[in-house]
Ligand binder design. Structure first.
Ligand SMILES: Cc1ncc(COP(=O)(O)O)c(C=O)c1O
Length: 506
């Protein structure tokens, strides 16, 4: 028989000197808790033995109170299943309850929310990000993930965990994982680093937040690629920094345009290996211009290298950090693409003279990263499973990408510009004459997750198109998804798509 789980004791205040009997006080406390929704239908309540022990009352009033609540229909009880709040009582949905709470406490809307919190609201979940539809960006090929190896390591570590695994750890992260990452970065990504410089974080998002906290003050200006990574923009908003959008062209971030707009910016966030979302690679001359600017102005470069392990037409491009001779670049990496995003593990390569500052800010923020999955991942890398997985996934994603490009060409023709095919797990499709958000909203209803290109722009003049993820799409699924995309585009008001409409109508 399934073991009955122990229930949590609700807040019950006993007044031993008052006129009400103990039995009555217990009854009233439960009734009130049930009627105001603190206790919900079906929720277990503690046994009378536990209740009397916790409230330091004798068992008799507790037994009598429960008998009364059973008789009144507030409780129900079954042998072996314990006592619960009666399932026949009306339950309100969480959303209606939340709505009421919000309305009751904030009739005129909530006041006092900090400006930075409102500024992050652009990160709300738009329709095209909901669900698991085709083309979702950020989803990986889980169908090929080596679950048996991963699960073996998870089991091994949970069985053999010693006291150290349960204690506070180093704010920079576990030594073994930092060493494994340093070896990988030096070898595969040309990053100049020692294990002592690696800080483990919960993904690039936290890496940016910590870096901003250490390096920038509220009001500081930051160059961001335009178009760029929307989630990064919200970190700068959260940290009260001002984003200066700098246009991206075929060579990556246009440094001259950045200098014209704001020479004195304190930092620049770039994705030089595979620009997000357009997918271009930053040219060597732009890299040198950017490093020169950082050196001469004493500014910082945040290099977000999120998916360049998957490079298809050449060897992986060396990191920008590897070119830097003045310790102005902070290199940020993540396991979200190369393994899976819910792992929430990433890293920053911190310049040596900043290690103490990063460590102090990290301690203030959340003490440090959780230990368990760091240990699992360190073994996964050290035992060679990581590099094997990377090799397999590179071939697999290349195959998926080629199938997607072929399907797009076949179904949509050549009037659509495709960029970003050198690397990564997404392509960028630019289209003339449509409104990408409108199309994306319609597509979401048909289970297609089309991220509109325009949503990656901070300013008004945005190119229209879609960011198409293909990481989790099998080759067999791709043609069907592209046909659905074609049908959604066909439904776009043809008066707004003079060039593409004719082609799509054929
Ligand atoms: C540009 C960019 N950077 C970083 C990430 C990964 O973020 P995180 O490590 O927080 O999961 C993504 C994920 O889609 C991305 O597109």
């Amino acid at each position: 028989m399934k073991k009955v789980s122990s229930a949590v004791l609700p807040v019950i205040t006993i007044d031993r000197k008052g006129p009400k009997s103990l039995q009555r006080q217990v009854c009233e406390a439960f009734r009130t808790a049930i009627l105001n929704g603190t206790l919900r239908p079906g929720q277990r309540v503690p046994s009378t033995r536990i209740l009397s022990a916790e409230l330091a009352i004798s068992r008799i009033p507790a037994l009598n109170a429960y008998a009364q609540l059973l008789a009144e229909g507030y409780f129900q009880s079954r042998v072996g299943a314990g006592t619960r709040v009666s399932l026949s009582l009306p339950n309100q949905s969480a959303s209606s309850r939340l709505g009421r709470v919000h309305h009751a406490t904030h009739p005129a809307g909530r006041r006092g929310v900090a400006k930075r919190a409102s500024a992050c609201s652009s990160i709300k979940n738009p329709p095209w990000r909901r669900g698991w539809g085709a083309f979702a960006v950020g989803q990986v090929g889980l169908d090929q993930f080596p679950f048996s190896v991963w699960n073996r390591l998870v089991t091994l570590h949970s069985r053999n965990a010693g006291a150290k695994s349960f204690d506070y750890g180093n704010p920079l992260g576990s030594k073994d994982l930092r060493e494994a990452i340093a070896v990988y970065l030096r070898t595969a990504r040309d990053v100049r680093c020692e294990a002592e410089q690696i800080m483990i974080v919960s993904g690039s998002q936290q890496a940016l937040h910590i870096s901003t906290q250490v390096l920038l003050d509220p009001g500081d200006q930051v160059w961001m690629e335009e178009p760029g990574y929307r989630f990064a923009r919200s970190v700068f908003a959260l940290d009260s920094c001002r984003v200066v959008p700098v246009p991206v062209d075929k060579e990556g971030l246009n440094v001259a345009a950045g200098l014209k707009r704001c020479r004195k910016a304190r930092a620049a966030l770039v994705t030089p290996s595979h620009q997000y979302p357009l997918g271009v690679t930053m040219s060597a001359s732009r890299r040198l211009q950017l490093l020169d600017w950082a050196e001469s102005s004493g500014s910082w470069i945040l290099e977000d290298d999120y998916d360049s392990e998957f490079r298809y037409q050449s060897m992986p491009i060396s990191s920008l950090q590897g070119l830097d001779r003045n310790s102005r670049v902070l290199y940020i990496g993540t396991f979200s693409k190369v393994l899976f995003p819910s792992l929430r593990l990433g890293y920053i390569v911190v310049p040596v003279d900043l290690i103490e500052n990063f460590s102090a800010v990290r301690t203030a923020m959340d003490i440090g990263p959780p230990t368990f999955y760091q240990e699992v991942l360190a073994d996964f890398i050290r035992e060679g499973h990581f590099s094997r997985h990377l090799r397999r996934m590179r071939a697999l994603y290349h195959e998926r990408q080629s199938a997607l490009i072929d399907s797009i060409r076949h179904e949509l023709g050549r009037e659509f510009e495709i960029t970003g095919e050198q690397a990564g797990m997404h392509l960028c499709l630019t289209l003339k004459g449509i409104r990408d958000r409108e199309v994306a909203e319609r597509a979401a209803r048909q289970n297609l997750c089309l991220v509109p290109l325009s949503s990656s722009y901070a300013s008004g003049a945005a190119r229209q198109g879609f960011i198409l993820g293909f990481g989790s799409m099998t080759v067999e699924r791709i043609p069907h998804a592209v046909r659905k995309l074609r049908n959604v585009l066909r439904g776009a008001d043809s008066s707004r798509i003079p060039m593409t409409a004719a082609r799509l109508r054929r």
